[in-house]
Structures are given as structure tokens and as C-alpha cells.
Design a protein. Structure first.
Length: 667
């Protein structure tokens, strides 16, 4: 074995010498390793070539030298980008006297005018590799420059000049740069440009800088059936980021007007933003840019906005609701449902990688936070109705987040062992969800009777202690700490809120069984409020029921009948008990006073009992959030809030408005 190693070592020494050291010159490194410069050789990377050229034109616009950019996509995948800026310099470069500045820029890595702030105060190009990379990866590229009333042009192929810079004569009314290129099939294979993607890129640039007009055109043969990308369009948005939100959100209901603004520093660095909170439970989005470059991976500018919004809403919450309420809010609660556009223009930005997907400039955090925070505080103070609605929605998200975290902790604790059910639960033996049911019973005494009366195979009993917590007026801390509600959630097994999963529901019917009196009705109302707020889908999917236990037992001789209420009692006296024998009327004090046999016969036996299904009107189940169903749902939620919520003045008002409809008051 040692001889083998020695032999290999000797052979390696003989074969490895100076002739094996390659020196890649010019743009050859780009063609050898394109992934290092544009992230790969797939379709996404090919679109990045367009972004590099377009960003140069956008830098001219942001610097105030260009007002119009044109983008054209031909059927053969040739892209032409033209601007009316200053034009790339064409005079001889002082270091390379035999080459024009244009040729140096197109054929040399790290050559450009953006390494200092003398030419551009802010720019998207940083390393001087963008246009040269496009040149290296194109089999045909031509640049035209209209400058000083003269037109110049030069052609390239795979990074090499195909002749020198040529003059094409005088042009009186034209200036700027035109870049026309075709991606090299040797590099990108069968990848093709997608008109829809390039159109979205152009449109986003127009939104980001409201002073620019972008003219888009595309060969109609490239637009497929069902693709709504226009063949030609002029993109100009005076409202900037606010226009984007308006266009994107359409008719989606919002919590008040959007929070939008901009601020430019003395250093000419600038921050622009537009934030809105839709009035629904759908997810939001955040699109952030630096010097018009998209940063899908976020970065320090996003961190500054997140801090500003969080501190602003916490300060407002402390002012109107107290420090305890504010302390539970996190950035996730504020940003989760928001639709956000953020654009910053900073000097010498630092990105993570050449593809610039994440901004890492440390000072951008403070720049954005300081720009946004004061404006946000003023916006919250000036629009109290919108701000209060926003705060309520954020607090709901905070409570839902805490609930999900608690459920996650429970699932983690039980992942390696059998789920621990509530100790008071008398479970059924069957595991068939459709065939089983659980009774939520008022009190241990009634629970004892129900356990004796039940069918042990299909009926489970969970006794509850008195009146449960009113979830419509309780804080999230009280809700999580309440043992009765925790027992219900554990027994059902389906989770709550956004974590609700019907596949995990352990019973097909959830039956509220309370005394047939005012207190029992109140407890039933509290339970229905709990299910509507915490497990609305359980209600919508028809799993919640109310048991109908009798209030009276009427006996005449050997015949006994049961009455649900006073009106039913009078009806039975007229229709069922018509003999001359004395009628004995006994009123049940509660389910606990009812013998198990009677409880089974009147309330629990599926063959004889009466159940009321708690249902949601069909209009509330509409799938379209913009339909009447969404409005009807809001009406129902408002009704629950009025009758069961935290504001007693709403209930007082309800009583005042509806007292005139009372016709039979039992005093």
C-alpha cells in the first residue's frame, strides 16, 4: 500500500506543472462560470440579463437624466432596451487609449461609472460587471449611443468586439443608449424569455420611480392563449407605490386608507413606502427594493420598516389600551396581514451576492426606521377610527399566534406518547368519528347522570364546571389559562383558530346539554360563542348541536309526558292529558336531578330525543370574499360582539332599541 501511495505521488509531481495553470482573461471567466454572475443558466438567469441592462437605464432616470425607457422583445428572443439618457461615453479611455470607454465597459469586468458618487448619487449597479456579463453571455450584442448630436455603434459576440466603434452620422433630436442583445444558446440551451415576466419587470420599475415612462412592446406571436400580457403598453404611474397597491388589491376591502409617504435626506438618500391592511384573513405580501433592484430575500431596509411599524403600533396600543395589551404584539402580528411596498435609494449599497437578492447595508435600517416612524405616529393619531380597527385586527393575530404556539407545545409534548385526554372526560369506545358524539354537560352532578344514561360505545361525556369563560370579552391570557376551555379543546382534538383541522376531530356531533332554564341558556350561549370564535369551521360544517332536555314532567295515573317549556306544558295539558285523574306537574331543578333513565329517554336516546343543529346561514359560507357572504359574516360577527363582547354600552344600546318588541315578560 505504501508503494502505491509513493507511486501516485511521484506521478502527480511529474504531471502537475506550470503549464496546468490557466489564466482566464477578459470575459472568459463569465462564460466558464456564469452561475457566479447571474445565478445559473436557466430561464430565471436569462431574465436576469434583461434586468442588468434595464437597471442601467433606470439609474439614468433616477439620476434625473432620462425620462423615457423603451423595451422590445422580438420573436427570435432578441431584446432591445433604449433610454433617452446621457449615453455611454465613447471618447478614448485614458488608461486604454486604443479603446473607447464604451468598449472598455462592454469587455472589461469591474469597469463603470458607479464606483463613486460623482456620476450617480445612487445606483443599482455596483461592481461594473452587469453589462459586460450580458455581453459575455450573448452571441450577438449591439450598442448604439446618441451623444453630442452624433450616433455611434459597435457590435460584439460572446464578449469580443466585431469591429471598432463606428460613427453613423449626425442625429439632431436623439440622445441616450440602445442595447440590443440575443442570449447565447450555447449557454442557455432551450431557455426562452417569457413576455409576462418581462412585462411585470418593466411595470415594477415604472411603479418604483414615478418620474419615468416605460414603453413596452412584444411580438404578438410570443403571447400565448390565455396570457393577458399586452403587446404594447405605456407604463407611467404618478402615484408610484400607492398606485401599485391600488392596482394589485383591486376591490379587496381595506382597513381604512393606505399609509404611504416618502422622505429624502440631505444626503439625497430617499425612502418611499406604501402600506395597507386588508380587512380579511388572507395573507399579505411585502415587495422591497433598493435603487429599483428587487430584494426578494429582504434585508436591512425591511428590518427598519418592521421596527418602525412595530414601535408605532405598540405606542398607540399603550395610549388607548394599556401597556399589557401592547406588550403582546410582535412584528409578525403587524406585518403578517399587511400589503407592503418599500423602496429605498441609498449610496453605495451592499448586497449579498452578485444577484443582489438581499440588502446588507447596515445604515439602511436606521434610515428607513427614522423616515417611517414619525409619519406612522402621525397617521395613527390622525385616523383614530382606522387605527382602532387596525389595532383590534393586530391583537386578534397576536392571540391567534399565541394559541398556535400553545397548541404546538402541546403537540410536541405528546408526540412521543399517547395524547392525554381531560381527566373528567368519560370517553366512548368507538373511534369512528361519524358515529360518535360528545355531550358537554353543565356541572358534575349532571355529568354523573349523563354517564349512567349514555351509550358507552358511541357517546362521550365531558362535565363542565358552571359558566365557562366568555371568550368574546376575555383576554388571550385568560383564554389560554382557562381549564374548562382547555379540556374542550383537548377532548375534541381538532385544534382551534387557523390550526383547526377537521380530520383530527374525534366526534361527529358536539352536543351542548344544559339545564332548560335561563342559566342553562346563558351557558349554552357562552359555549356557542366559544365555538363561533375559536372553531367557526366546526359550526359551519354542521358538527355543533343543542340538546333539548325537558323542564317539566307531567303525570296522570300511569301516563307521563315531558314538556320543554311553559308553552309546551300548556299544550300537553290540552292535548295529551285529558282524563279526569289528577295531574301531577313536577319541575326539574336541573339535569343533575333527573334520574339517568329519564335523562336517556328524553334527551340522550338518538331514537327519541330532539337535537337542534347550530347552523350558519348559507350566505355566510360564500367562497368569494368580495361577495355578500363576506358582508353577512361581518354582520354576524358584529352581532356576537354586540351581545357578548367587551363593550357593555353596545348591549345597553341593543336593549334600548329592542325593548319595545317584548310582548310577554314573566315578572
Amino acid at each position: 500500500m505504501s508503494d502505491l501511495f509513493q507511486s501516485n505521488a511521484a506521478r502527480s509531481d511529474d504531471d502537475y506543472s506550470a503549464k496546468d495553470i490557466e489564466v482566464l482573461e477578459g470575459l472568459e471567466p463569465v462564460r466558464r462560470r456564469p452561475g457566479m454572475y447571474i445565478g445559473g443558466t436557466d430561464e430565471r438567469a436569462m431574465h436576469h440579463l434583461v434586468a442588468e441592462v434595464l437597471d442601467n437605464s433606470m439609474d439614468e432616470a433616477v439620476a434625473g437624466f432620462a425620462s423615457r425607457i423603451e423595451i422590445d422583445l422580438s420573436a427570435d428572443m432578441t431584446v432591445t432596451i433604449r433610454d433617452n439618457g446621457r449615453g455611454i461615453p465613447v471618447d478614448p479611455h485614458p488608461k486604454y487609449k486604443d479603446k473607447s470607454a464604451l468598449e472598455v465597459i462592454l469587455t472589461t469586468l469591474h469597469a463603470g461609472g458607479k464606483f463613486s458618487d460623482k456620476v450617480y448619487s445612487t445606483s443599482g449597479g455596483l461592481h461594473g460587471v452587469g453589462i459586460s456579463v450580458v455581453n459575455a453571455l450573448s452571441d450577438d450584442l449591439e450598442v448604439e449611443v446618441a451623444r453630442d448630436k452624433q450616433l455611434y455603434a459597435q457590435r460584439f459576440s460572446r464578449g469580443h468586439p466585431q469591429g471598432g466603434l463606428e460613427s453613423r452620422g449626425a442625429v439632431a433630436n436623439r440622445r441616450g443608449t440602445t442595447v440590443r442583445f440575443h442570449p447565447d444558446d450555447e449557454i442557455f440551451g432551450r431557455a426562452r424569455f417569457r413576455p409576462a415576466q418581462l412585462y411585470r419587470m418593466a411595470r415594477s420599475k415604472a411603479y418604483l420611480f414615478k418620474g419615468v415612462e416605460i414603453r413596452w412592446s412584444c411580438d404578438t406571436a410570443l403571447i400565448g392563449e390565455g396570457d393577458d400580457t399586452p403587446a404594447a403598453a405605456t407604463l407611467h404611474y404618478p402615484g408610484g407605490l400607492s398606485d401599485f397597491l391600488t392596482s394589485t388589491l383591486g376591490d379587496r376591502a381595506l382597513i381604512g386608507e393606505a399609509f404611504a409617504g416618502d422622505k429624502e435626506e440631505a444626503t439625497r438618500e430617499r425612502v418611499e413606502w406604501a402600506v395597507t391592511w386588508p380587512d380579511d384573513n388572507d395573507d399579505g405580501f411585502m415587495h422591497a427594493y433598493c435603487n429599483t433592484i428587487p430584494t426578494p430575500s429582504g434585508g436591512t431596509h425591511e428590518a427598519g420598516l418592521r421596527t418602525a411599524l412595530l414601535r408605532g403600533i405598540r405606542a398607540y396600543a399603550e395610549m388607548v389600551g394599556g401597556q399589557k395589551k401592547a406588550a403582546q404584539i410582535t412584528a409578525e402580528d403587524v406585518m403578517g396581514g399587511a400589503c407592503i411596498m418599500l423602496s429605498v435609494f441609498v449610496k453605495d449599497p451592499q448586497f449579498q451576492g452578485q444577484t443582489k437578492e438581499k440588502l446588507v447595508s447596515a445604515h439602511a435600517t436606521k434610515l428607513v426606521e427614522q423616515a417611517v416612524k414619525d409619519h406612522f405616529d402621525l397617521w395613527l393619531s390622525a385616523t383614530p377610527e382606522t387605527s382602532n380597527r387596525l389595532l383590534e385586527r393586530i391583537l386578534e393575530r397576536a392571540e391567534d399566534r399565541q394559541r398556535r404556539r400553545q397548541q404546538k407545545e402541546v403537540s410536541r409534548k405528546t408526540a412521543t406518547r399517547k395524547l392525554r385526554l381531560p381527566g373528567k372526560l368519560a370517553d366512548c369506545s368507538s373511534s369512528d368519528m361519524e358515529a360518535t358524539e360528545i355531550f358537554l354537560v353543565e356541572g358534575d352532578s349532571a355529568g354523573g347522570s349523563a354517564k349512567q344514561a349514555r351509550d358507552r360505545k358511541t357517546q362521550a361525556i365531558l362535565p363542565l364546571r358552571g359558566k365557562i369563560l366568555n371568550v368574546a370579552s376575555a383576554s388571550s391570557e385568560k383564554l389560554r389559562a382557562n381549564q374548562e376551555l382547555s379540556d374542550i379543546s383537548l377532548a375534541l382534538g381538532c385544534g382551534s383558530g387557523s390550526s383547526y383541522n377537521e380530520e383530527n376531530l374525534r366526534y361527529g356531533k358536539v352536543i351542548i346539554m344544559t339545564d332548560a332554564d335561563v342559566d342553562g341558556a346563558h351557558i349554552a350561549s357562552l359555549l356557542m360563542t366559544y365555538f363561533f370564535r375559536e372553531m367557526p369551521k366546526l359550526v359551519e360544517q354542521g358538527h355543533l348541536y343543542l340538546a333539548m332536555p325537558p323542564l317539566y314532567r307531567l303525570t296522570q295515573g300511569t301516563k307521563s309526558v315531558y314538556a320543554r317549556d311553559d308553552a309546551h306544558r300548556e299544550e300537553l295539558l290540552r292535548t295529551e292529558l285529558t282524563g279526569r285523574a289528577k295531574i301531577e306537574v313536577s319541575r326539574f331543578k336541573g339535569l343533575g336531578e333527573m334520574p339517568p333513565a329519564q335523562l336517556k329517554e328524553t334527551t340522550m336516546d338518538p331514537e327519541k330525543r330532539i337535537l337542534l343543529r347550530v347552523s350558519v346561514p348559507p350566505s355566510l359560507k360564500a367562497a368569494d370574499p368580495a361577495s355578500e357572504g363576506a358582508e353577512a359574516r361581518r354582520v354576524l360577527e358584529q352581532t356576537v360582539e354586540t351581545l357578548m363582547g367587551r363593550k357593555p354600552e353596545l348591549r345597553f344600546q341593543f336593549i334600548q332599541e329592542n325593548a319595545k318588541f317584548v310582548t310577554d315578560l314573566d315578572v
